[in-house]
Structure formats: C-alpha cells, structure tokens
Design a binder for this molecule. Structure first.
Ligand SMILES: [Zn+2]
Length: 441
C-alpha cells in the first residue's frame, strides 16, 4: 500500500515536471530558435550620447550604425515601447502600458542578439528598464539552456541605489551569449503553450472536450475544455489568464487542472459526481501583445462580469448559461497573481452551497505546503469581478486564487497539484454529507 502511494506520488511528480518541460522547455526549439528574424527590428533602438536616460520620452536622435546587439520583440508576448542606447554597453528599454490609467504591472519581453558572433560578448550588457511613472513589479528573467532563470540581482552599488530610489526603473547586467538571450518579466506561456498543454490533457483523458467558443477582436480562439459526465450534476468552473502578465496564477491553473483530469481513483470519482468547465486563456489578444491588464478594447475583463460587453466574457458566460441550465455551479475558481499567495473568498457561511469550503480547503493546502496562502474574505457588489458575479448568481464559493509573483514554478506545481486533490476530496465529502442529510429528513 505504502509502495503504491509512493509510486503514485512519484508518477505525479514526474508528470508535473513533464508538464513544466512541455511548457517551458519546448520553447527552446519552437520559439527561441525558430520564430524571430533578428534583422527586422534593429532600427528601433536609437543611439544617444547626451540627454538624461531617466526621462520617459525617448529622445529624437539618429540610429548609430555600429551597434553590437539587435533588440527584438517580434514574438508572441514580446513587448516594450521603445529603446535607446545610452552607450554601446548600456541599453535603456522604455516600458509603457497599452492604455493610460492601468494597474501597474509593467510587462516586458525582448530578445537580444549579438550582431557580430565573432566578437567577445562576455562583457556584460547593462539594461535599464524605464517604467515612466509606473512602479517596477517583475524582476527580470532570462531564458537559457536551463530554462527560465532569474537574472542575477545587481551587485553594483550604484545600480542598487538607483533601483531602490523610486522604483520606477530597474537596472541590471546580463551577459549575452550567442545565438541570443531572451529577457522577460516572467517565464512566457503563450497561446502555443496552452495548445501544447491542451494536447497533453486530451491525450491523458480522451473524453475531455475541447472547443472554440468564440473569437476575440483579433480573431484569436477563445477556448473551453469541458468534462460533462451528467449535465444534472453540479458544475465546477475554472477561469484563467484574464490578466496577461499574471504568469504564476497561470502556472497554478496549468498544474491544478491535470490533477482533476488525472487517471486516479479520486479524480475518476470526482468526474462522475461533478462536471468541469475550464476556460484557461480568457484574454489571448492581451497575452499575445504582452499587455499589462486589458484586452484590445481597453477593458479589464475581470470588471466585465455582469455587463458582459466584451467578446471574451460574453463567449464564456454563453457557454456557462447553456451548459449549466439543468444544474448548479458549486464553485468558481479564478486564477491570478499578486504580491502574495492569497485566496480572496467570501466569509464563512455566506454561501448556501459548501459554506465552509474556503476555510477547510485553506487549512489542508497550508498543512501540505510548500506554498502557504493567506486568506481575505470580502464581498464588493460594486466590482463586476468574476468572484462577485458567481457568488451573487449561484450563492456558492467563488474564489480568486492568487499566487505571489515571486513563487517558484516548482513550488507552484507541487502546491497546485496537492491543492486540487484536497479540493476534489472536500467536494466529494460535502456531497456525500448533503445526500445523507437529505436521505434522513
Ligand atoms: Zn489579476
């Protein structure tokens, strides 16, 4: 028995890391080396010799021909506003939001390619990320043979002081190795990454339905994964990536879902008793363009639940309305990232269905680790969030599942997998108790 458990745990761990490899590792072949043309965008970084580098408006100067690197953003998720060379070894990258008045989540992602591969590029390149009036949020990561790694924290005193002053810029050094280095605010999981993940899930569970339920403004697919064993049974709804740069929340969802669809006794029993609707990538346009928060119509999708003015939210709610018509929604989970690991819930006993789910679940998640979540209980009827909408409509738990920006992918994978197992067990226990009570009355 013990051996079986250990084997199951090992198999699951191996599976999780294979998912991580699919998500991050295969980017080596499909993205890093294949889809960019370094000659395309070399003119966009101008060369300056004077002018303060801290101003947010790039100076109007002529490009200098003898540059050592090209800077490109012509890949899915690639983003920055403009760039200048302060000197041959100091690049300033201006990072601006898609729309004014937006929550400060400066997202950036770009490739640096040495233009002369015979030259000695071991001299570190200094990069300043300039966010204008916005605050720094994401410590830079670089993609190399080991996958995504944190860029080393600056050890130069002057850089450290500059970064700590008002937090509207961040300066660091990076050694650019051939053929190129990708720098980004977080590990990139783009639309192709979700497609690879979906293919893997479908292979794992052929009865999983995968459908395009609508198109965005730029005609990208809005997808739904569903597993409906009996439409009269309760539904669980999972929502992801409404906010493009919130990658740690995305990673949590990408490890949570496979557990629900796994070939384990627990998951199989769960799927007999509950139907699952999964909307993993609600804002594909925003993800593609490297937006900080909005879709193509300058709208925060997590403020459109109720109005449903956007293609993305309308497509999702139309499916939920149609598919759950004969039943109830028992829980909605919406995955995000913020500056801590936290579940935003309603207060205990506020809902008729599963009144203590958040409390019971949190205790189990935190007993297991490796991530310890805080909890904040509140209800704000004025905010048209997913959480408010589902709670008010179904009177069941609606939880915003938020990961810290700085939580590691490995910890997130383990925590989310365990969290999903507890989630399934608690729902099954609750359902058994409900039917027992009904039977004795
Ligand atoms: Zn968010």
């Amino acid at each position: 028995m013990i051996h079986t458990n250990v084997n199951n745990a090992l198999q699951r761990t191996a599976y999780l890391f294979s998912v991580l490899l699919v998500l991050f590792g295969s980017l080596v072949s499909t993205t890093i080396f294949a889809d960019t043309n370094p000659q395309q965008d070399t003119s966009q970084c101008t060369y300056i010799t004077t002018s303060a580098i801290t101003t947010s408006t790039p100076p109007q100067t002529q490009p200098k021909p003898a540059l050592k690197y090209s800077i490109t953003k012509n890949f899915s998720g690639g983003a920055f506003s403009s760039c200048t060379w302060h000197d041959a070894n100091h690049l300033v990258v201006y990072v601006m939001p898609e729309d004014p008045k937006i929550n400060p989540s400066p997202w950036y992602a770009f490739d640096i390619t040495p233009l002369d591969i015979t030259a000695d590029n071991n001299i570190p390149l200094t990069i300043t990320l300039d966010y204008s009036d916005f605050k720094h949020r994401y410590a830079p990561k670089q993609f190399n043979q080991q996958g995504w790694q944190h860029v080393t924290v600056p050890n130069d005193e002057q850089q450290l002081r500059a970064n700590e002053q008002d937090n509207t810029s961040y300066t660091f050094d990076v050694t650019v190795t051939s053929p190129k280095v990708r720098i980004a605010a977080q590990p990139i999981i783009d639309i192709k990454g979700y497609q690879r993940w979906t293919t893997l899930l479908k292979k794992q569970l052929p009865s999983l339905q995968v459908a395009t339920i609508g198109l965005t403004v730029e005609k990208r697919d809005i997808s739904m994964l569903s597993h409906i064993s009996d439409p009269s049974k309760p539904f669980i709804i999972l929502i992801g990536r409404q906010h493009p740069p919130e990658l740690t929340g995305a990673m949590a969802m990408l490890s949570f879902v496979p557990e629900l669809l796994a070939d384990t006794d627990l998951a199989k029993t769960f799927r007999k008793q509950f139907n699952v609707l999964i909307f993993p990538l609600v804002n594909p346009d925003g993800v593609h363009h490297g937006y900080w928060r909005h879709n193509m119509q300058a709208t925060d999708l997590n403020r459109d639940w109720g109005p449903f003015t956007q293609f993305e939210t309308s497509a999702v709610i139309a499916q939920i309305n149609a598919l759950t018509a004969q039943s109830e929604v028992w829980t909605m989970l919406d995955f995000h990232s913020t500056n801590r690991d936290i579940l935003y819930t309603h207060s205990d006993n506020a809902s008729q269905i599963l009144p203590t789910l958040a409390k019971d679940w949190l205790a189990k998640i935190n007993a297991d680790g490796p991530i310890i979540f805080q909890r904040k209980s509140s209800h704000n009827p004025k905010l048209a969030t997913t959480k408010t909408y589902f709670y008010e409509r179904y009177n069941s738990p609606a939880i915003t599942y938020e990961l810290n920006d700085t939580s590691s992918p490995q910890d997130i994978a383990l925590s989310s997998s365990r969290s999903a197992q507890h989630f399934m067990q608690l729902l099954l226990d609750y359902q058994t108790r409900t039917y027992q009570q009904q039977g004795t009355e």
